[in-house]
Design a protein around this ligand. Structure first.
Ligand SMILES: Nc1nc2c(c(=O)[nH]1)N[C@H]1C(S)=C(S)[C@@H](COP(=O)(O)O)O[C@H]1N2
Ligand SMILES: [Mo]
Length: 556
């Protein structure tokens, strides 16, 4: 399954260093050990001192009165639809994770503070080490689309599948509660907790508890885990996912706060994925261990037959289909990436434009929240023009503003600075997953827009950089006029109360706070007002949109 890359693509996606690595902080090992002790350890102590507890499943009636009998077609269907999308979501999520292969509990992603890392590398302190350089390879057998730095396409899969996953979940929950099927999942009393513990003691000490017929009901631990998957993991995944969106994080600060902060939400999002994966593995093993043929008939054909082979065959066919779709998805990702980008935009951009893109950012952060270290991205411009300007402290720099405006201008920094200044402390959200809080000072874009007077047909501002993109060519990005007019949209010349450092975009960089980091063009050379982003570059709205299939509207 090797995709043929050009040399430039190979350097990005298939680097020589493809080592897999998982590194945990000692405290995390201790936490895992403690968790094992209070669960498996406690189960063994109970077993060895008090003996095996009574099995609560043994006293269950074979067919409970008033409870659901069997699985209706909608439940069977949504079970498999759920499985199909969950596989795609987990695989694409892993590809996204590897673009910033570190997880933290602090907003600033301080190097060395990560509780888990998926890279053998420590962040070097003696040289510039950009977040892009830090991205790691993941095998396309595991990640979708896999390889290194494929976050644009991975997000296409993630965001394209999530709405269908949620829709399926919503239909499932609705039907669950409009029929008697909810009784299967929702515990009727707190008794479920001690009962589930007793069942757990059986498993943990290698004793099989009595097996209730799943056609009618589950054992206590099984019910509790199914309940948790539906009513705990799914909402947690949703809310922690939402908490990472710049448009949401900026507007509803309390959502990331539920997890401590945005990186806490990202860590929880990962832990939910682990829980899902663990659940799938144990669930499948238990289904196989407790009468595979019969269990498959329950969830495929809706019958309680132990001998009929249909359930097994159809189940195998669904697995094969999911596998086959994985190959098709791989092919689509690398042979038809543009179609994928368009499909994702059709679904998500449409949804976002109507919802979260409308939120106006609010300023929450205080001086004490400023990150001690701010990750960097992008290559410092190599152009002689920028180098000469930099050598002069940008005193010869002029920002050029042109395009569909009544009053095109060229403004030196001194004039820009005289036009006004806003200061704000905000969070930067990189598409790779890292974030950082910094103070930014500069001119509100609104002041500039008022000055140049765009024609009514203008929808979009194009920001051109002195720097180059990943594959060469001018770095640029576009923003809708509407987002440029939002609060906190500024052209910054100041970072953390000092002149903007070269690495971070001197002389001018953009802040549009409801968008992801790649839209914050650094080393700005000029601004052009246009009536459509499609006439610029390859027509997708930015260098990364053109070359890496990123989103035009980057709210999430
Ligand atoms: N000109 C230019 N601007 C750029 C980039 C780049 O590569 N070139 N990278 C973008 C990305 S992906 C991010 S996350 C931010 C990083 O900003 P920072 O270096 O201040 O953290 O800059 C954005 N602006
Ligand atoms: Mo980024």
């Amino acid at each position: 399954m090797f995709t043929r890359f050009s040399e430039a693509e190979k350097a990005v996606h298939f680097p020589p260093d493809r080592r897999m690595f998982i590194g945990l902080k000692p405290q995390v090992w201790l936490a895992i050990l403690a968790l094992l002790l209070v669960t498996v350890g406690a189960a063994w102590i109970q077993y060895l001192t008090l003996g095996l507890p009574e099995d609560p499943s043994a006293s269950l009636p074979p067919v409970p009165a008033g409870g659901p009998a069997g699985f209706p077609y909608w439940l069977r269907l949504s079970h498999w639809v759920n499985f199909f999308f969950l596989v795609l979501i987990i695989r694409s999520g892993l590809s996204i994770l590897m673009d910033h292969p570190r997880l933290y509990w602090n907003n600033g992603c301080l190097p060395g503070s990560e509780w888990i890392r998926f890279t053998p590398l420590k962040v070097p302190e003696d040289k510039i080490w950009t977040a892009k350089e830090d991205a790691r390879y993941i095998s396309p057998w595991i990640g979708l689309p896999g390889y290194r730095h494929s976050v644009g396409l991975a997000r296409c899969w993630h965001f394209l599948t999530v709405p269908f996953f949620l829709l399926n979940g919503a239909v499932f929950i609705t039907l669950l509660f409009t029929t008697n099927q909810w009784k299967r999942l929702v515990p009727a009393s707190w008794h479920i907790l001690p009962d589930a513990w007793r069942v757990f003691v059986h498993y943990a000490t290698f004793h099989m508890p009595a097996e209730p017929n799943g056609f009618y009901h589950y054992n206590a631990l099984q019910q509790l885990s199914y309940f948790a998957v539906v009513f705990l993991l799914a909402p947690l995944a949703m809310v922690s996912g939402m908490a990472m969106s710049p448009a949401i994080e900026n507007r509803f600060h309390w959502i990331p706060r539920l997890f401590g902060n945005r990186q806490g939400a990202r860590s929880v999002h990962f832990l939910v994925m682990l829980a899902y994966t663990g659940f799938i593995l144990i669930h499948v093993a238990m289904v196989a261990a407790t009468g595979l043929g019969r269990n498959m008939n329950h969830i495929v054909t809706g019958t309680d037959s132990a001998s009929e082979p249909t359930g097994l065959w159809v189940g195998a066919a669904i697995l094969l289909f999911t596998l086959f779709f994985g190959f098709a998805a791989h092919w689509l990702s690398w042979k038809r990436p543009r179609s994928l980008q368009r499909a994702e935009a059709f679904v998500n951009e449409s949804l976002w434009r109507l919802s979260i893109n409308r939120f106006k950012p609010r300023i929450y952060y205080k001086k004490k929240d400023i990150s001690p270290k701010f990750w960097a991205n992008g290559k410092i411009p190599g152009s002689s023009e920028w180098q000469a300007l930099a050598a002069n402290g940008f005193s010869d720099y002029k920002l050029k503003i042109s395009g569909l405006v009544k009053n095109p201008v060229e403004l030196p920094l001194s004039e820009l600075k005289a036009m006004g200044k806003e200061q704000q402390i905000t969070m930067h959200h990189c598409i790779q997953g890292w974030s950082g809080v910094a103070e930014w000072g500069g001119l509100p874009l609104k002041t500039l827009i008022d000055l140049v007077q765009p024609y009514p047909s203008v929808t979009t501002l194009v920001f051109y950089s002195f720097g180059e993109g990943l594959y060469g060519g001018t770095y640029y990005d576009t923003h809708t006029l509407d987002n440029c007019l939002k609060p906190a949209s500024i052209l910054a010349w100041e970072m953390n109360y000092r002149p903007l450092p070269e690495l971070y975009g001197a002389p001018l960089r953009l802040r549009v706070e409801n968008q992801l980091g790649y839209k914050m063009v650094k080393w700005i050379a000029r601004i052009e007002f246009v009536d459509s982003h499609t006439t610029v570059g390859k027509g997708f709205g930015g260098k990364n949109e053109d070359d890496e299939y990123y989103d035009l509207i980057a709210n999430s």
